[in-house]
Design a protein around this ligand. Structure first.
Ligand code: AMP
Ligand code: MG
Length: 269
């Protein structure tokens, strides 16, 4: 897979120069399906191991413009997991109670416990995205958040929570197509929100905010993955492959079994 676009500290990835229709070197849908099937099978085994090992958690952060495919990615990539070992949290407009606390309050409690894979459908990054684009807090306040987010993620990683961040990158044209489908397909109309058109008008401001979030919150411990996402099958394959690689790199193992002599001593009647 040639185009896993991973940001690295000090290396700028320009969103505007990434081809959102890139096929990630997969060729076609069939090849992608074959790769995804293999990766999902492996992920299933790795999830089991993560659960048994019980030292680490995996946090997957999904960010995208509206219609960018966060829900679809969750449906496809998480489909094979044991529900007992994974959890999905969707971050919406904060409630009154949430707003009364610091912006990370609702986030920290949603971080997966050891052994569990947690997916954030939107995240604390909204606090430097929609919040910045709509001036929901003063600039002085959101400016500090990039550093705070880096420190928060560092704390998580140092405490055994691996953090994978994905920006599902679609083009404005692709969003138009998908919004039209939502408007006209009766099985998808429930997802259509006129508010999305309002956000769409600020497309370039969002791209700038995403660019900044990616540049400023790319760290050794939690880099961003920019995923070309106009093709859903390429998107799913990239996310699954990155998750697989991450879990494979964590040195997961089953806890040490009882010794042979202990096993011989124990009688199950
Ligand atoms: P959806 O993902 O379509 O259910 O929409 C959720 C909405 O909540 C999106 O418009 C987000 O931008 C918005 N949202 C999520 N987090 C925040 C936040 N911290 N502050 C303001 N709006 C948010
Ligand atoms: Mg929406």
């Amino acid at each position: 897979m040639k185009s896993l676009i991973v940001t690295r500290p000090g290396r700028k990835v320009r969103l505007s120069s990434i081809d959102t229709g890139d096929d990630a070197g997969l060729g076609d849908k069939e090849a992608a399906r074959a790769q995804l099937t293999g990766d999902l099978e492996r992920l299933r085994a790795l999830q089991h191991l993560l659960y048994a090992d019980n030292r680490y958690a995996l946090l997957v952060v999904l960010q995208a413009m509206d219609t960018g495919g966060k829900d679809g990615t969750i449906r496809h990539v998480m489909s094979g997991f044991n529900p007992a070992g994974c959890q999905v949290t969707s971050f919406k407009v904060p409630s009154d109670e949430e707003r009364a606390h610091d912006y990370l309050w609702r986030v920290h409690r949603a971080v997966p416990p050891r052994g569990v894979i947690g997916v954030f459908n939107r995240s604390y990054y909204e606090d430097v995205l929609i919040v910045r684009v709509h001036n929901l807090v003063p600039r002085d306040a959101w400016e500090l958040r990039y550093r705070q987010i880096n420190e928060f993620e560092r704390m998580l990683v140092e405490n055994g929570v691996a953090v994978l961040k994905f920006f599902l990158h679609i083009s404005k044209k692709e969003q138009e197509k998908r919004l039209n489908v939502r408007l006209n397909d009766r099985t998808k109309n429930w997802k259509f929100s006129e508010g999305d058109l309002f956000e769409r008008k600020r497309w370039s401001e969002y791209q700038e905010a995403y660019q900044d979030a990616i540049d400023r919150c790319t760290t050794r411990w939690a880099p961003w993955h920019v995923v070309p996402a106009d093709r859903k099958w390429a998107r799913d394959c990239v996310v699954a492959r990155v998750m697989r690689k991450k879990l494979e790199s964590m040195g997961l193992r089953y806890p040490k079994p009882l010794s042979k002599s202990d096993r011989a001593r124990i009688k199950i009647r």
